[in-house]
Design a protein around this ligand. Structure first.
Ligand code: TYD
Ligand code: MG
Length: 458
């Protein structure tokens, strides 16, 4: 019988040690070590071996001598996913997709498996039975493509056997936490198993030039479960997020070796699967028949994509001693900061008021260019005076009430113009290098928050 031994793994970064430690010397986290049984000796031998069996000896080569290969990209049949990947799928790349349970990771991947053209796809599931996957497939499409194969298996050794037989051209694994390799004793989902299985799949992807998608669970604080090292190993990390009570889902790239990070794809979850949303602004702006106070529109940018987003504020007299402050889709701390600026710099008495803030569509905005729209919405509700729905805002606000410049202002202005807005408020400091005559939309430049309010409310 093989001699077994155990080791301690840091659950945060994957650091391995023979003895238990209170503090991880690698990532300085406390109490993260957990004992896992690993098999002695061959624990680091990956199971994937190149078919030829010969080992290639690599030699150093001059940069100038290396042939630059134009990376060929395959379309996934999903324009949003293609965009997030940087223009399509690259051969041999390993892509990790993380997201909360029930957000739609399995649906997204199954949809890809059923729709991609001319590629043999193997969808490996360790979470659902074949029947469950079939039921889901029937919801998504009535005419699945012929060469999509489903495998319910969790042992990597068996998986590689099947992949070889099938000669699949794209592999999808749902999820990496359910796989186990016979080379490691510990349970599926443990740090050493996740690391080993990923290493095996990575080796396979690079040697056969097959793209591999891995679905990853996330922990309660939003990180991908398993060691951080997992994110370092793969080529691309995508995050699938959204509010489960809303229909919109956002696919965000966090790391991408083959394209820009912070790229964004938007989907709507319908009863027949995920639908691509190619023009987000049109949905995120509600169709208003009458003008209401407390609503403004911010010209934000997510990744390289301009989006006009509606912000709604409600300011009312606090019914109890401590006023309530709550924000959905926006950082509450930042909202408190903006309220303090309004109080101190503009003299609005908001300290005894409840303030509620909502970003339409269940979208979370991190772009600071939405600051001015939020402040205008708060004051509009506070004063109960509406702001025309033809006006939008794109500027950050600083602590002393100064209106600060934001990046890629031209893109924001063009998008606002395209959507029929008549006026956009931007910072004075954004004027440098901006060709105002190019635009038909009226561009209002401001440098202080007070100016904005005197222009809006007179
Ligand atoms: P799923 O892909 O199972 O999520 P994950 O793999 O991230 O855990 O998505 C499940 C949710 O999506 C579930 O709540 C039902 C919903 N859904 C739809 O609304 N429409 C559909 O066509 C499908 C397949 C799922
Ligand atoms: Mg799933």
């Amino acid at each position: 019988m093989a001699k077994t031994k155990s080791a301690y793994f840091c659950q945060s970064c994957g650091f391995e040690t023979a003895k238990w430690l209170g503090k991880c010397p690698s990532c300085n986290q406390w109490n993260t070590f957990v004992e896992e049984v690993i098999e002695k000796g061959n624990s680091h031998v990956p199971t994937w071996k190149s078919p030829s069996g010969t080992q290639r000896l690599s030699k150093p080569s001059k940069v100038e001598d290396i042939q630059s290969a134009t990376e060929e990209r395959t379309s996934t049949g999903d324009l949003e996913l293609d965009r997030v990947l940087g223009g399509g799928l690259i051969a041999g790349s390993v892509i990790l997709i993380g997201g909360e349970p029930g957000i739609g990771k399995s649906t997204l991947m199954l949809q890809l498996a059923l729709n991609v053209v001319g590629k043999k796809v193997l969808y490996i599931s360790g979470e659902e039975s074949e029947q469950q996957i079939k039921m889901r497939a029937e919801r998504i499409t009535t005419q699945p493509k012929a060469d999509c194969f489903i495998l319910t298996e969790t042992s990597t050794q068996n998986i590689f056997k099947q992949i070889e037989q099938l000669e699949s051209e794209i592999v999808i694994v749902d999820s990496i936490q359910t796989l186990h390799s016979a080379h490691i004793e510990s349970t599926p989902g443990s740090v050493s198993q996740v690391r080993e299985c990923t290493a095996e799949l990575l080796r396979f992807a690079k040697e056969t030039n097959t793209p591999v998608f891995l679905i990853g669970h996330i922990t309660k604080d939003g990180a991908i479960a398993g060691p951080k090292i997992l994110e370092h190993m793969v080529d691309t990390v995508l995050q699938f997020e959204g509010d489960r009570h809303h229909i919109y889902r956002i696919l965000r790239s966090i790391k991408n070796r083959f394209g820009a990070a912070a790229e964004l794809g938007i989907y709507a979850m319908q009863s027949s699967g995920l639908r691509e949303v190619s023009n987000p602004s049109e949905i995120l702006l509600s169709q208003r028949d009458e003008e209401l106070s407390g609503i403004t529109i911010g010209a934000t940018l997510e990744g390289a994509r301009p989006m006009l987003i509606e912000t709604q504020a409600l300011v009312s007299v606090a019914a109890y001693g401590t006023p309530q402050r709550s924000a959905t889709g926006f950082d509450t701390k930042r909202m408190n900061m903006l309220l303090a600026v309004l109080e101190k710099r503009c003299g609005f008495r908001l300290s005894a008021k409840d303030v509620f803030l909502n970003i339409a569509g269940g979208i979370k905005v991190e772009d600071p260019a939405i600051d001015l729209a939020i402040m205008a919405a708060i004051i509009s509700s506070h004063e109960d005076i509406f702001i025309s729905s033809k006006i939008c805002f794109a500027a950050e606000v600083g602590l002393s009430g100064e209106i600060r410049a934001v990046n890629r202002i031209e893109q924001r202005i063009s998008e606002a113009e395209k959507l029929g807005f008549e006026k956009i408020f931007i910072s004075n400091y954004n004027l440098k290098g901006l060709n105002k005559d190019k635009f038909k939309i009226q561009i209002v430049t401001v440098s202080k928050i007070e100016e904005v309010f005197s222009l809006l409310f007179g």
